[in-house]
Ligand binder design. Structure first.
Ligand SMILES: Cc1ncc(C[n+]2csc(CCOP(=O)(O)OP(=O)(O)O)c2C)c(N)n1
Ligand SMILES: [Mg+2]
Length: 374
């Protein structure tokens, strides 16, 4: 649940100013983190350690997180850049240097883990994997388990991740699972603008393109350009790339021509339709009118309650949809109760009892009364 100082009296009472001793402590942690990084980079150049990950530039946010949370009480699923976080939680420079050289006396893993993979059972820092994003789901699992093992606990779980790794499926799965169960997990995304050598503008941002194979491409191209506002952007290996507006993720469609292949058939694994978003009712009506002007038959505007749709077949037979952005899921639920009741569009209301009967009963630990949800 989202709370803010404006609405939550308890938060309003928290001190907003850091006193001098806190600031000095924060500075010491940040400075120590940077100096250990510098020293380890030297050691690596001397071949005394074989791997190093720098936390340079990340020290501020990590120190703040470490000082706000409680080592040995809250739970931590860090990633390889969380040096200042680990120091703020109580690891020492010596612990880190022993870990870096893989010493037998390394307190993290007795020299078994990769360098820059710190952990401490006592501080509740869980040993990280090197595969990016893999810390996220276990963090959610930890928060879930903690709710069962210690229901009265106010412990939270923090997990850290780089912005590049947020493109991985685990990130979305973890956020989804944490939201569904309303788990106390903090996702600390540290955006440094790069995923190693991949700058942020080239990282995965969404579904880039749709690819369509046509027996006769020209008629589809005609519809795309004169009826839907696409322009030809590029041509490569037999594919033509069309895009709306400036192009970019979600605005691109690639078409190839395969005159001799059989027509597509309905069945498992087939894409049912491709939906294109339009801002509002007026934009949808204007787009529909334009389709009629170029001779495309469409459905009426169909009220889907949370959005409005118009459907049409492009000349090759693929089903296209125009769907409005609004009004969205806020139309019949408010944020406080979102997801707690079985919500149906009005035309399915008469079958509510039957639909509810087919759904499993969910009992959430946060809410002892059984509630059905879809
Ligand atoms: C699953 C997986 N793929 C690729 C790698 C190689 N790799 C290590 S770090 C990294 C970039 C991660 O970038 P980001 O998530 O932004 O974190 P940053 O290092 O920038 O803090 C990659 C691709 C990996 N460790 N694991
Ligand atoms: Mg990054």
């Amino acid at each position: 649940m989202l709370t803010s100082a404006a609405t939550d009296p308890e938060l309003r009472e928290l001190p907003t100013r850091l006193e001098a001793p806190d600031l000095i402590r924060a500075f010491r942690i940040m400075y120590m983190s940077r100096r250990i990084d510098d020293r380890e980079i030297l050691l690596k150049r001397q071949n005394k350690i074989f791997f190093q990950v720098s936390g340079a530039g990340h020290e501020g946010i990590q120190t703040a997180a470490g000082m706000a949370l409680r080592a040995g009480h809250d739970w931590f699923f860090p990633y390889y850049r969380d040096r200042a976080l680990s120091l703020a939680l109580g690891m020492t420079a010596e612990d880190m240097l022993l870990q870096a050289v893989g010493a037998e006396s390394d307190p993290s893993s007795g020299g078994r883990q990769m360098p820059s993979h710190w952990s401490s059972a006592q501080l509740h820092i869980v040993s990280p994997s090197s595969a990016t994003g893999t810390q996220l789901l276990p963090a959610v699992g930890c928060a879930h388990a903690n709710r069962y093992l210690d229901p009265a606990s106010d412990a939270v779980t923090l997990t850290s991740v780089g912005e590049g790794a947020t493109s991985e499926g685990e990130f979305w799965e973890a956020i989804n699972a944490a939201c569904l169960e309303a788990l106390p997990v903090i996702f600390l995304v540290q955006d440094n603008g790069f995923a190693i050598s991949v700058p942020v503008e080239h990282q995965i941002r969404g579904l880039h393109t749709v690819r369509i194979s046509e027996r006769e491409r020209a008629r589809t191209e005609q519809l795309l350009t004169s009826g839907m506002g696409f322009t030809l952007f590029a041509e490569e290996n037999g594919w033509k790339r069309y895009a709306v507006g400036e192009g970019g993720s979600g605005r691109v469609l690639d078409v190839e021509e395969l005159p001799n292949v059989p027509r597509g058939a309905w069945g498992t694994g087939r894409v049912h339709h491709v939906a294109w978003r339009v801002a509002d009712d007026a934009a949808e009506l204007a787009a529909r009118k334009r389709l009629h002007e170029v001779g495309t038959r469409t459905t009426e505007v169909i009220d889907r309650f949370w959005f409005k749709s118009v459907y049409f077949n492009e000349p090759g037979g693929a089903l296209f949809e125009l769907a409005t952005d609004g009004p969205g899921f806020g139309i019949d639920e408010n944020m406080e109760t979102l997801g707690k009741e079985l919500i149906l569009p009005p035309w399915l209301e008469p079958q509510r009892a039957e639909i509810a009967r087919g759904l499993p009963t969910l009992v959430t630990p946060a809410e002892p009364t059984p509630a059905s949800a879809g």
